[in-house]
Design a protein around this ligand. Sequence first.
Ligand code: DX5
Ligand code: ZN
Length: 221
Amino acid sequence: TRPIQLSPSMMCADPFALNEVVASFVAGGVEWLHIDVMDGRYVPNFTLGPDYCRALAAACPVPLDVHLMVEEPERHVGLFTGFPNVRVSFHPETVRQPVRLIERIREAGASPGIAIDPGISVESCAHLLPLVDQVMIMTVNPGYAGQKLLPFCLPKLTRARELLNACGNAKARVEVDGNVSWANIAPMVTAGADILVAGTSSLFVNGRVEAAAIARMRELA
Ligand code: DX5
Ligand code: ZN
């Protein structure tokens, strides 16, 4: 079986417990910290931004997995590409020239990814798949934690894996974002996910994380 990576969703953390939460992720060896950036336009909500990323990167060595849920990401991407080993994913329909943006992210020394909304097909992004390090499949509508899985999105994980392999980019990863619950982990991994975004459905309880939960997640994956 392929190695599964964990990317806990930091918007789910209680801001008053951040030291504790981050310490548990460092101790648990999570591979990424998932950072949801929302602009109140592409999605109705507002969340984390570059100052938060700076503080987090200074406080801990786990690389950031930045998920831009913003219109015109080409205006803002430079605020996020400067962190060590950072990955930056955007939604291709938010930008006129997605290929140019992927190139810019890579030229800035960051790792480019695309994120695929429930309303966007994997096929419509097929031409971008050879160019990215990661394809994030959203299994809820972007904008909020704590939503229910949209089951029709699960086959998109398989489709993303197939198309990545077929275009010679088998080393790229397939990330799943949205309602990665204890019950949904197995079907998601079976369908092709190799990075799990863990939020309120699994790791976070009242914005805090128990060490045992991280271990349990690794066992299930
Ligand atoms: C969406 C985010 C989170 C994530 C949270 O882009 O990354 O909101 O879905 O996890 P859950 O769905 O478990 O609350
Ligand atoms: Zn996200």
